[in-house]
Every structure is written in C-alpha cells, then in structure tokens.
Write a protein that binds this ligand. Sequence first.
Ligand code: ADP
Ligand code: MG
Length: 452
Amino acid sequence: MPKTASVSPRPALATDLMTSLGELLRQWLPRQRWFAGKDRPVSELGLLSMTELFPGCLHLLVHTGHGGVPGPGGASAGDCYQLLLGVRKNLSPRLGRALIGRAERGPLAGLTIYDALHDPRSAQLLLERLRHPGTAGPLRFEGDPSVPVPAGLPPRLLETEQSNSSLVYGDEFILKVFRRIQPGVNPDLEVPVALAGQGCRRVPAPVAWFRTTHPQGATLGVLQPYLRDASDGWALALQALASGDDFTVQAHELGRAMAEVHLALAAAFPGSGHDDNGSTAAAMTERLNSAAHSVPALRPFVPGLQSAFGALATCDSGPPAQRVHGDLHLGQVLRAGREWFVIDFEGEPSRPLVERCAAQSPVRDIAGMLRSFDYAARQRRPWRPEWARRCREAFCGGYAALAGWDPRKKHGLLRAYETDRAVYEVLYEARHRPDWLPVPMAAIERLAVRGD
Ligand SMILES: Nc1ncnc2c1ncn2[C@@H]1O[C@H](COP(=O)(O)OP(=O)(O)O)[C@@H](O)[C@H]1O
Ligand SMILES: [Mg+2]
C-alpha cells in the first residue's frame, strides 16, 4: 500500500468500529474546543451513525455521556457530536496537528485516525459533495440551485474555531461544520434562509447545506458566501480603543443594522405576540439565585439585582416578543466595506433548541451588545467605561432610528436583561477565567446600586 493511501472499512464492519475508535475518541474529544463536557470524563461513547463519505473519510455521529452528571451552564448529561475522520496507513507530517491516534484493535487496527477537516483533500471532496446535491447513507446534501459554487476552490480551516469548525474555500465561501448536533433544523440555517427570503442583505444567505435523517433529522453544516476583508466588531472595537479612536459612528450604524435584522426577523417569523414579563423575571431571578449560590462575590448585590427583575415583572409589556439572534455580541457582527453583517444565529448552543427558537424580547439582543461594548472597554487598564457609555448610547440611537422604539426609553426592560446577561458572565468568568471576574462585577455593582 502506498505511504499515504486512504483506507476505508467495509460498511459491514461499522458495528465494531468503536473497538477501534472508542479509546482514541475518549482521549481526543475532551481536548477539542467545541466539546462541551471538558471537565468531565467521557464515560459513555456510542456510535449513532457511520457513513463512508468518500474513500478514506468516515462521517460519524457519536453520542457521549458523562455517567448522568449534568455539566455546567445547563450542558446535558449526554450530547451528540459530528466527526469527520480520516483513515490512513501513515499521516504526512503536515497533518500532525490533526492526529487523533493509531487504532490498536478492531477493523481499523494499525491505521492512523485523524480529523479530516484539516486535510485539504478531504475538505475539497466535502465541497464537491455540496456542489452536487444528493444522498450518502442518512446524509442529505442540498442547496440553492440559483447560486453556482465553482469547483476546485482551495480550502483552509479557520484557526479561530470555537463552538464549531469552519472551512473557507477560496475566500468565496465559508462552510460551518456543526460539531454538537441537536435534532431539528439548526437556526443558523433556518434563520438566514428566512431572512434572505425577506430580502435582508445583512446576513449572508446559505447556498448549500447538509443534514442527517438518522438517528433524527438534524442540520450538520451550512455553506455561505465568505465576506472577504471583513473584520469582526470585537477586533474593530479593540483597535479603536487601542488607538484612542471614536467608535460611535460604527456603533450607531451597528444599531441601525441590528434594527433592520430584527424587523426582518419579525416579518419572517410572524405571530409571536408579547413576552410574559412575569415569567421571564422569575426565570432571571432563579438564575441569579443559583449563580449567587456558586459565586460568593455576587451575594451582597442580590437584593439590588432582584429589584431589577421585580421591576421587569411589573413593566408595561415592551416591544413584542419575536425571533431574535439569541447570542448577540461584538464577535457575532462583521464589518466589510462600510457595512455591518450579522452572523451565527445558533443562539447559545448550551440551551435546548426549542428554547433558542422561541420568541423572546428583542431587548435580550440589545442587552447582549451593550454588555459587549462594556467588555471591550475593560480589556485593558485603564478601563474606559466612558468609551463604552458613548458606544452604548450611539448603538441605541441607531437602533431607535429604524426600529420605531427607543431602547433607552425601556429602562426597566434593559436593566433586567443586562443584569441577566451580567449574571451569566459572572458565572462564566468565575468558572473559567477568575482574573476577569472584575469585568462583569463592575456591571453588577452598577446595575444593583444605580440601575442606570
Ligand atoms: N460569512 C462570513 N464571512 C467571513 N467570515 C465569516 C463568515 N462567517 C463566519 N466568519 C468567521 O468565522 C468566525 C466564526 O463564525 P461563527 O458563525 O460565529 O461560528 P461559531 O459558532 O464557531 O462562533 C467568525 O467570527 C468570523 O471570523
Ligand atoms: Mg460565533
């Protein structure tokens, strides 16, 4: 066999595939940034489906469990992950970073297993699959026939991968390969398709996607136009802060862009009605109490923060509930040319899909962005809270100019949603980056004491 030959197991061998892969994946999965159960050993690992996508590349959906122990932030005791595994006799050194390990037993014994998304050849073949709608086992490859995707676009894997893996093809398209899979249509496909149907140009429209029909229907990946020369809002905000530049013009335009997206979302998903502020406030209070239980620094502020939620419960109804972005911050917006674009409509991946797709107050998104300006202004000492305040003001002004209502005039709603977000941040920082705890705590203090 040539040194780099691809090797595939026969489908009949799929059942004992985990004899080959089980131990390797148990070690490898927790090291991946997109793996949700990092701090817990993978005690259960099961194969849900296996498809030979092309020779030398296996598509797997696996179930992982942690002995029934639920994870932090609501991560469930069990999850489903999508893997594309390369199988070769030997791995070339340039793919060293993709190595998962050498199988010792079972049908793949003696072969090297690696993450195929790092392999340009596999990435190219995956694009070929997407260019030609069709099926492979339980997998369905579909697309918008009106948008031609050229053959042979050179792939590169984005290094910034976080909760998913993204491949850029020839700076023309970007394929987001979802890692943690939940049953149903992923909102990152559903929402951009619906917004494109509304003629909304703020969101790159999907051109091809793939999904599985087994074990349950679920979206697995989405190909969209790649915005060349785009910078994300977070990088731009930090740049402006570092050079002492004003960012209010960009923030105002971002507010307008977000209002445009919210209007298009309301039109694309009509009939959502009003949020029940009482039950939203109750859920926020519960999250606060549970966070205060884990983070002692939060406790002195609990009564002040509870008053924010109490005020929400008695607020007049506010803007109607609607489909929202769900995880809006400066890292989820891109600026290309002089235009803002909004990406990543998945919502918070740790929340169940039904919750993420439910109608919510658009104030939730606005609060997310306002908190993000504050985070940017506190990345380096000296902190620049006045920079954040000006950006927040400009963002709300831009939003109000188009939306028909002004977030600044919904003080009670905004305070409650910002508080809820800041409580989430406190919990996150306490767990993962204790040095950063002072950043959300500064907001907690402001929201609890002054509430402005
Ligand atoms: N259409 C696009 N054009 C250019 N870059 C993009 C595009 N979509 C995503 N990106 C880049 O990929 C990164 C991650 O994308 P995102 O959809 O937010 O994935 P994740 O769910 O992993 O956060 C973004 O921060 C951005 O840098
Ligand atoms: Mg993102």
